[in-house]
Design a protein around this ligand. Structure first.
Ligand SMILES: Nc1ncnc2c1ncn2[C@@H]1O[C@H](COP(=O)(O)OP(=O)(O)OP(=O)(O)O)[C@@H](O)[C@H]1O
Length: 256
């Protein structure tokens, strides 16, 4: 029997099972992500965080279970449907900055806007604005090979946000950054998400970074830790909109 996803959830997953070449990575994960929410997925190395983000962001097909985006099934899409969904609706920042080497920083950031149909001038103006927000405007004309990895990552963050997709996935996005820079980049991600009402799903094994989120779920060995699993099961079974998340007491980031 299959209940419909709650209207309040922009992303909703039930019973996701996923293995990599026979190695189980997710063993039945159910959760909902509310619109405009910043959700942190924490857990030790190898607990399945990247795999979960891969399944939610339509990069990886699930072996079993369901993934829904705005009430439409993702788990039934083929490769090209998933690619289209990713291109048009999702932003993604991985642990390694992946930029197009032939393009300048500004061209890299403008790319998703151009693919979304923006005009050249508007795309480049918006790209310049995002580079400025990430404190890398001075690097606009440089190519990735001319830049340090932490600076490339700032550009990758600008690129993920530039087209203001409804959902941004950030998989350990601060990994290549110096400790002092991590908080700043996280703040920029969080404040961009809040001011533009983007939904942000952040994987990190650093609890200090998870405090930026509205809500945290913890994966252990491919499963949600007990309290979160209970909550997710209830939500999946009842298909009722869940209560708004209580922000953690130490959430330090304000709206903008
Ligand atoms: N491409 C792959 N091929 C084989 N096994 C994989 C692959 N990707 C992940 N795994 C395995 O799946 C499990 C979950 O990995 P995953 O990368 O999702 O965890 P993670 O919590 O994101 O880890 P980390 O914090 O180190 O990034 C681990 O046992 C990992 O070794």
């Amino acid at each position: 029997m299959s209940a419909a996803p709650p209207d309040s959830d922009v992303l909703w997953a039930r019973g996701i099972v996923k293995s990599h070449h026979g190695t189980p990575a997710l063993r039945g994960v159910s959760l909902g992500v509310r619109e405009g929410e910043m959700l942190a997925v924490t857990g030790p190395r190898g607990s399945g965080k990247s795999t979960l983000l891969g399944c939610l962001s339509a990069q990886l097909p699930v072996d079993e279970g369901e993934v829904w985006f705005h009430g439409a099934p993702v788990h039934t899409l083929g490769r090209s449907g998933r690619e289209k969904l990713r291109r048009e609706r999702f932003g993604y920042v991985g642990p390694e900055p992946q930029l197009v080497p032939e393009l300048t920083a500004r061209e890299n950031v403008a790319l998703p806007l151009l693919l979304a149909g923006a005009g050249h001038r508007a795309a480049h103006r918006a790209a310049g604005d995002w580079l400025e927000r990430l404190d890398v405007a001075a690097l606009a004309k440089l190519r990735p090979a001319e830049l340090r990895q932490d600076l490339r990552q700032r550009i990758a963050v600008a690129r993920a946000l530039a087209a203001e997709p409804p959902v941004v996935f950030a998989d350990d996005p601060t990994a290549p950054l110096h400790r002092d820079d991590r908080e700043q980049v996280l703040r920029i991600l969080a404040s961009a998400a809040r001011s533009h009402r983007l939904t942000l799903v952040l994987a990190t094994h650093d609890p200090a970074l998870a405090r930026f989120a509205d809500r945290t779920v913890r994966l252990v060995d491919g499963r949600l830790a007990a309290d979160e699993a209970d909550e997710a099961d209830e939500s999946a079974e009842s298909a009722e909109p869940a209560e708004p998340a209580e922000p953690a007491a130490d959430v330090a980031v304000a709206g903008n």
